[in-house]
Design a protein around this ligand. Structure first.
Ligand code: GTP
Ligand code: MG
Length: 318
């Protein structure tokens, strides 16, 4: 087909690939949610329905995009981590960013009535989106730690702020009361004045929401992936070594007969090479590490700052 004379404008569409082999984070954030939450009478400081809706929208994104292996949400924002070597849309920045925020927004609207059956949407909400690329595991862990620390700081402030307001202070007065206070002061204020033990508040409010898949191969509650990769690799290798020692075998075709008799023209050296090649193939098959792209998506409200969360899920930073 002949090209039209207008076709040249296509050349203005510049490629926008993201660096290979680096971690991609997409963060979406509700636009003008201060007003949106007021207009739709969200409970203060936290509305569980609104947070549940955010989690459902995030799960929708993860269900559609398997390469999103982790998501963290608080308030009106959600961060999505794509696996390091994702080939999604050839790693095109705009395509990845726009597709994720678009699906998130439509899922938010689609499920609105399930969470707010009595309160129809008064106008269409929207979310912005940005992409950040991080070079190493350290920055990824620090990124999610940063978001969870933010959740804690905001929630502690908001809890104290709304306690004061519900107690009769104006918003300006409550602001003033909290000026210059640190987290110990706020905890103290909540406990001594209102009998609120901050640590007893729902973990969802204090820790935010983590969406992550669980390893479907996990047996009786023990995840194979709980074992560090190197340990499981050596365990599989030695298990295989035992098997091969027992049958003293030819491995690749699965026919188990003793070596030298079946291969009269081959030296032991060649046989050993073959055996170790077979061993590699078998071991590699056995220990193919879980990549976090299949399995059930679970929503957790736990610590993402300490090592434990990451140690239990080595695939997140593979
Ligand atoms: P932009 O993101 O810059 O467009 O501004 P924004 O108005 O969305 O504010 P921002 O993203 O900084 O903060 C989110 C706002 O959403 C909070 O300040 C709250 O006003 C509101 N919000 C989010 N979650 C809740 C909730 O559970 N309850 C209530 N009452 N408000 C919430
Ligand atoms: Mg916002």
């Amino acid at each position: 087909m002949a090209k039209s004379r207008f076709e040249y404008v296509r050349n203005y569409e510049l490629p926008d690939p993201l660096m290979p082999n680096a971690f991609i984070v997409v963060r979406i954030d509700g636009r003008g949610f201060h007003k949106f939450s007021d207009t739709h009478s969200f409970q203060k400081p936290n509305d569980k329905r609104a947070l549940d809706l955010m989690d459902i929208a995030a799960k929708t994104v993860m269900t559609e995009y398997k390469d999103v292996i982790l998501a963290f949400g608080e308030s009106d924002e959600y961060s999505f981590l794509l696996r390091r070597n994702t080939k999604l849309y050839n790693r095109r920045r705009s395509k990845i960013s726009s597709s994720i925020v678009s699906l998130f927004t439509s899922a938010y609207v689609f499920h609105w009535s399930h969470l707010f059956p009595e309160d129809p949407l008064k106008y269409p909400p929207s979310f912005d989106s940005r992409v950040i690329v991080y070079p190493t595991e350290k920055e990824i862990r620090d990124y999610f730690a940063w978001r969870q620390a933010d959740t804690h700081i905001n929630n502690l402030y908001n809890t104290a702020f709304w306690a004061l307001v519900h107690d009769g202070q104006s918003t300006t007065e409550a602001n003033k009361t909290l000026q210059g206070t640190d987290s110990k002061d706020k905890n103290e204020l909540l406990f001594s004045k209102y009998g609120i033990n901050y640590n007893d508040l729902p973990a969802m409010y204090r820790k935010g929401s983590i969406c992550v898949r669980s390893d479907p191969r996990a047996v009786s509650g023990v995840q194979q992936t709980d074992v560090p990769v190197s340990a499981s690799a050596s365990a599989s290798a030695s298990a295989f070594a035992e098997t091969s020692a027992l049958s003293s075998l030819s491995i690749s075709n699965g026919v188990s007969k003793t070596g030298t008799e079946d291969h009269p023209h081959e030296t032991n050296e060649i046989l050993q090479t073959r055996q170790s090649e077979g061993q590699k193939t078998r071991s590699a098959k056995k220990i193919k590490p879980y990549e976090g792209i299949d399995g059930e998506i679970v929503v957790l409200h736990e610590d993402i700052i300490k090592d434990r969360f990451w140690d239990e899920r080595p695939w997140l930073t593979m």
